[in-house]
Write a protein that binds this ligand. Structure first.
Ligand SMILES: Nc1ncnc2c1ncn2[C@@H]1O[C@H](COP(=O)(O)OP(=O)(O)OP(=O)(O)O)[C@@H](O)[C@H]1O
Ligand SMILES: [Mg+2]
Length: 435
């Protein structure tokens, strides 16, 4: 028989070994850094201009960044900073290389969500973030999942739970409670309402004083920042239920949205959410804050089945919110009833040569029509292989694997990303005008 005390003992043993095991499995030189990109990649894959045009431009203007030549070859290799400088300074056929962004609009928020585990959410979120950065966008990713897959992939292994979505929610509870306590109330009767009080265990954590920037960490990619997660943040689900009880009028699902509202509109272009495989306080915050839902799903029958129940559960959960909080809460930039600018389904781990996968693609299309992304993400060895090193295909140097495998992997993510970007561009203009 095992009681909670036995479990506590097991955990104590495990904690004793934790740093030793960490040293065995992580080495400091594994710290993530971003590689350079060759002039072939920069011209043909990133700027989509032909290589000789690109080389000609560089030759004509010696003040442009010219990259580095590696000892072994003739190619020049450019850092992302240099690529972005080239973007700002070069025009091709009088066209700017800068990415499209509607003026006066805030960053667009896209949630990669499905309550089904292993659907490919983190892989898609990682690749879309990297593809968008290579496309010239400034990206913030928010890791809502205490499994912290995305945070680890982006090289963050030393995160405390205070600086995760959990911290954002606790900070919001403290701030919202104090706002409610000081708001003019009960105007008709003139009577003061009872003050809502939070226990010292919450109010003394110091989270109320954290600044917006305290939750944001840089990554190895100069134009990607992250609100990371960590395993300890798992207890948020448990704690949040308690918090709601402490202040039942707290619109817990709006915490992250209110937080994002405080980030200046021109700091980022895209905000991408990686969601946990469960319905709960964190995932409700993610969907509530999102302008668009992107729903990855594997190409099997059971995955179709669970994707179907995902939209059912989500719809019920959103309906409950609309009933529970009619009007009376500070919604900021996003309000109730919650509506998305767009919703799309995306098949992942798709094998074009597999009859079952093709049949499932047709079935998804029949059911969801043009809500299904036209370009599925194909199953690729490059991702399977990179999984161990937690890198995207964009991070892998193409000289480290068969060129054809790398090209195909990159092409499938590029196509899926471009469709994602075009879907965003179709809605971005419709975001509310800034005050
Ligand atoms: N296109 C792909 N090709 C090959 N393997 C893939 C592909 N997409 C995902 N995988 C693999 O499938 C597994 C699950 O993917 P991922 O972690 O992205 O799913 P998830 O939905 O985020 O999972 P969770 O629900 O646990 O958060 C991983 O091992 C990943 O490497
Ligand atoms: Mg995941």
């Amino acid at each position: 028989m095992f009681s909670h005390e036995d479990l506590q003992q097991l955990q104590a043993n495990s904690l004793k070994m934790q740093s030793w095991i960490r040293r065995q499995t992580f080495s400091p030189q594994m710290e993530k850094s971003l590689r350079r990109f060759s002039s072939w990649e920069v011209s043909e894959l990133i700027f989509k201009v032909n290589q000789s045009t690109f080389r000609g431009r560089l030759a004509a203007d010696p003040s442009l960044p010219s990259g580095e030549v590696e000892q072994d070859g003739r190619q020049r290799w450019f850092s992302l900073e240099e690529i972005n400088e080239l973007r700002r300074r070069m025009k091709v056929n009088r066209k700017s290389l800068l990415p499209v962004r509607p003026t006066g609009k805030r960053a667009f928020r896209a949630a990669i969500a499905n309550f089904k585990g292993g659907a490919g959410k983190s892989t898609v979120a990682l690749h879309f973030a990297h593809a968008a950065a290579l496309d010239g966008y400034r990206v913030l990713v928010v890791d809502f999942d205490p499994q912290a897959t995305l945070s680890h992939s982006m090289g963050l292994n030393d995160v405390s739970e205070d600086h995760t979505v959990w911290g954002i929610m606790a900070r919001d509870l403290i701030r919202e409670t104090s706002r409610m306590n000081t708001a003019p109330q009960a105007a008709e009767s003139g009577a003061a309402l009872p003050q809502r009080k939070l226990p010292a265990s919450i109010s003394d954590l110091g989270l109320g004083e954290l600044r917006v920037a305290d939750f944001i960490r840089p990554t190895a990619w100069p134009t990607i920042d992250i609100v990371p997660s960590c395993a300890n943040a798992a207890f948020v689900e448990f704690a949040s239920a308690q918090y709601r009880h402490l202040n039942p009028e707290w619109s817990f699902f709006g915490a992250v949205s209110r937080y994002l509202d405080q980030i200046p509109d021109d700091s980022y272009d895209l905000i991408i959410f990686d969601c946990p495989p469960a319905i709960g306080y964190q995932s409700m915050n993610a969907v509530f804050a999102a302008d668009m839902l992107y729903i990855p799903s594997g190409p099997g029958y059971w995955e179709y089945d669970s994707t179907t129940s995902f939209i059912g559960q989500l719809s019920e959960a959103l309906e409950d919110l609309s009933h529970g909080f009619n009007g009376a809460f500070p919604a900021g930039k996003i309000g109730l009833p919650k509506a998305f600018h767009d919703v799309k389904f995306l098949l992942t781990r798709y094998e074009p040569g597999n009859d079952l996968h093709r049949a499932m693609f047709d079935a998804f299309r029949n059911v969801f029509g043009d809500r299904l992304a036209e370009h599925p993400v194909e199953m690729t060895r490059a991702v399977e292989q990179s999984g161990r090193f937690l890198s995207s295909v964009y991070e892998i140097d193409y000289r480290d694997m068969t060129r054809e495998t790398w090209r195909r992997a990159r092409a499938t993510f590029d196509q899926a990303y471009e469709e994602f970007r075009d879907t965003i561009l179709a809605s971005w203009d419709q975001l509310e005008d800034e005050a």
